[in-house]
Design a protein around this ligand. Structure first.
Ligand SMILES: Nc1nc2c(ncn2[C@@H]2O[C@H](COP(=O)(O)OP(=O)(O)OP(=O)(O)O)[C@@H](O)[C@H]2O)c(=O)[nH]1
Length: 700
């Protein structure tokens, strides 16, 4: 019995039997080692990939290809017994490409089909969107993290075998940073468009990302199997907006497999090979990194020049630190050691880094004894939204601290600093790329680390200038102070350039929405051609592209949901960062019986302060429990109260025991109660239950 088969049986039967099955002296060692851990956790959702030093080369080569599908329900990867020799793939036989598209246009499904077509994963593995590995990605049906995979493809035209690196990217606007990073490792893209939805806002944004990076763009119209598919119309849109020749467009259905046979040949024909120089000293671009409990920090890299070999010492251009390369390989589709990576190839490196903070995304890695010119790298991620994250139970601060530390190791685009709030205790101020990113972060904290958190209302980074000329960037409204000596004289707020694509009948309501949100129109254009037969005009739904400059705050708070509800889900929306603009901003405090509640403070435009204040007071009134004294809920700008609600006191029936009796005695009791309440109101501090915070902050 082979060692792989032995392992397979071990998993099925439980660890105790492994000692009897294994013919290898290494295997019992590994199993004894793994017995101390929870076996299902060890193998959950992954093919087994075991450190060679534990198992020896025979076992590890088997284990790499062995799937835990039977034990954990993940798809099977074909067994590969041969070590892959990457030296057979010089740059002219390599193609690096990405799939980019609007949300849900079928990127991950197309990636699945290409993986099957090239035999990288087994056909009919029963698990759609193989590359969406995170639980949150599977539950929400979205891609959050870009995933790289290496495939091998025999091209019948020139009878040569090519190495193809495919990067599946997220579609949502919050994760466009992932897309731009992925594009740095590519020479071309498949621009996917849904045959019935046509060009959408993220199609436009992603096209320009690829266009500006000077990549070859292969247009693909997907989902042609749908009854509402209209590929000719989508071709017209592609021509009108991007000047794409309709004859270059590939028509596919990632669901039925129709047209897929054209995709990889077109990739090979149209996408240039990477341009690096194998003769020059090693230079690698660090694309991404994550922390694996058993392997340590795994870096995804693109080798630009030279060769990387297991065992060499590499150094980081950013920090100057050097590391010995313990393992190197490709993602095929899981980590597959190859001992070398050559010019133009994309793969992984494990080099004894202790934390992902040492693996700076965009850094250049090179041989430690050679000097090289660093690669351009990436712009650092820009945090658009900030929010406080507090443990739901104040005593869980340390556990939350640990969970956040671990999660940020695998999501370096979140910024974290400690803060404290009078109402919520000790917590963190986190910066996110957008609201969906924030939501995904919370969900991962809960699902992967069991942390229960309360998050404050998201805010955007404002800049304030004081009378003494000093400027501060405010990420936490509660931290903004304005005293006579520190009077605020000017403020700026971030803006975005938003692109909305919508059927024409919704344009009016969308323009109203944008002007309510303080937007300024930049462009209004039609993206469909007019039908030549006038009769058809009645039935023809023109699509319009609107461009608006909008304050980021207005976009962050519920804009997307409103846009979707106004247009019955037909409009799509994307934005990119624009400049800071001068604005008339004020800090809105929320007071309970005169005491400000710091976690509920916000920064708003002066014209909206009263309305926002009123809404907050009303919400709080509904959420708070009544107490034995009256509670005044006020919204105030400085000392000026702009909205007020009162929560009446619970009335204890002091007359209950006073059967019959004299009326003057009853009056006396009521007077006494009134006096007591007055005293309570003066001294009483209002208790806000954590759930109230939760519902208030969630709904605001
Ligand atoms: N009818 C039909 N449905 C498809 C086709 N391709 C994908 N789908 C479906 O479209 C939905 C979205 O597909 P995904 O592959 O997750 O789309 P995506 O672009 O990766 O989505 P994000 O990662 O969230 O941006 C899924 O329900 C797929 O089954 C196709 O060719 N035809």
């Amino acid at each position: 019995m082979g060692t792989g088969e032995a392992l397979r049986r071990c998993l099925k039967r439980g660890v105790s039997e492994c000692w009897r099955i294994s013919p290898s002296q290494h295997l019992p060692f590994f199993l004894a080692h793994s017995c101390s851990r929870d076996l299902p956790t060890l193998f959950r959702g992954h093919r087994i990939s075991l450190p060679g030093r534990l198992l020896g080369s025979v076992v590890s080569s088997q284990c790499r290809t062995f799937s835990s599908a039977e034990s954990a329900g993940t798809p099977e990867v074909p067994e590969r017994d041969q070590i892959i020799d990457l030296a057979l793939y010089p740059p002219n036989l390599i193609k690096n490409f990405s799939i980019i598209a609007h949300v849900d246009h079928g990127k991950s499904t197309l990636a699945d089909r290409l993986l099957e077509l090239t035999g990288t994963i087994r056909k009919g593995h029963g698990q759609p969107q193989y590359l969406d590995k995170l639980q949150v990605e599977r539950e929400r049906g979205i891609t959050v993290k870009a995933q790289t995979v290496t495939m091998f493809y025999n091209y019948s035209k020139d009878r040569r075998k090519y190495l193809l690196n495919l990067i599946d990217t997220p579609g949502h606007v919050d994760f466009s940073y992932e897309v731009s990073r992925s594009l740095a490792a590519c020479q071309g893209v498949l621009l996917l468009v849904d045959a019935s939805q046509g060009v959408q806002a993220q199609t436009v944004a992603n096209f320009y990302l690829a266009f500006e990076a000077d990549l070859a763009i292969i247009p693909v119209i997907n989902k042609i199997d749908q009854p509402t598919a209209d590929p000719d119309r989508v071709k017209e849109q592609l021509k009108a907006i991007f000047d794409i020749n309709p004859e270059e467009v590939i028509l596919t259905s990632a669901k039925t497999g129709q047209g897929l046979e054209q995709v990889l040949p077109t990739v090979i024909d149209r996408i240039p090979s990477p341009k690096g120089d194998p003769g020059r000293p090693l230079r690698m671009l660090l694309l991404d990194s994550y922390y694996d409990e058993y392997k340590g920090v795994v870096c995804h890299v693109a080798v630009v020049d030279g060769t990387l070999k297991k065992g060499v010492k590499i150094a980081s251009a950013a920090t100057g630190q050097s590391y010995e390369v313990n393992d190197v390989g490709i993602l095929h589709p899981e980590l597959t050691p190859t001992s070398h990576l050559f010019t133009g190839q994309v793969g992984y490196v494990i080099a004894g880094m202790r934390s992902t903070k040492e693996a700076r995304i965009g850094d250049t890695l090179h041989l430690s004894r050679t000097q090289v010119e660093p690669l351009p790298g990436f712009k650092p991620a820009k945090h658009m939204v900030f929010a406080g994250v507090y443990p739901a139970d104040g005593s869980d601060f340390d556990a939350l601290n640990h969970a956040i530390e671990r999660l940020t190791c695998n999501d370096a685009s979140v910024s974290v600093s400690k803060e404290s709030s009078g109402a919520l205790g000790m917590g963190f101020r986190c910066g996110f790329l957008g609201l969906l990113h924030m939501d995904v972060f919370h969900q991962r904290l809960e699902q992967e680390y069991g942390a229960q958190v309360i998050s404050t209302t998201p805010t955007v980074p404002y800049v304030f200038e004081y009378v003494d000329g000093s400027k501060v960037t405010v990420q936490n409204p509660a931290a903004l102070s304005s005293s006579p000596g520190k009077r605020i004289v000017k403020c700026w707020e971030p803006t975005v350039l938003a692109t909305i694509i919508t059927p024409s009948e919704y344009v009016g309501s969308l323009m109203t929405l944008c002007s309510e949100r303080r937007g300024e129109q930049i462009e209004h254009s039609f993206i469909d051609g007019i039908p030549t037969i006038p009769f058809c005009l009645t039935f023809y739904r023109q699509r319009v592209m609107l461009k608006y400059k909008l304050p980021l705050r207005e976009v962050v708070i519920d804009f997307y949901n409103e846009l979707k509800s106004i247009t019955s889900g037909y409009a799509s929306f994307d934005y990119e960062e624009s400049e800071m603009q001068i604005s008339d901003l004020v800090k809105l405090d929320l007071l309970l019986n005169g005491e400000p509640v710091d976690a509920l403070a916000s920064i708003v435009h002066r014209a909206k302060a009263e309305r926002v204040g009123r809404e907050l007071c009303e919400k709080l009134k509904k959420i708070l429990d009544r107490q034995l004294f009256e509670i005044a809920i006020q919204a105030a700008i400085g000392s000026k109260v702009v909205a007020r609600e009162s929560l009446s006191a619970l009335r204890k029936n002091v007359l209950a025991k006073c059967y019959g009796g004299d009326v003057s005695r009853k009056r006396k009791l009521l007077e006494k109660q009134k006096e007591g309440k007055r005293r309570m109101k003066r001294v009483g501090s209002v208790d806000i239950p954590q759930e109230a915070f939760h519902s208030l902050l969630r709904s605001s």
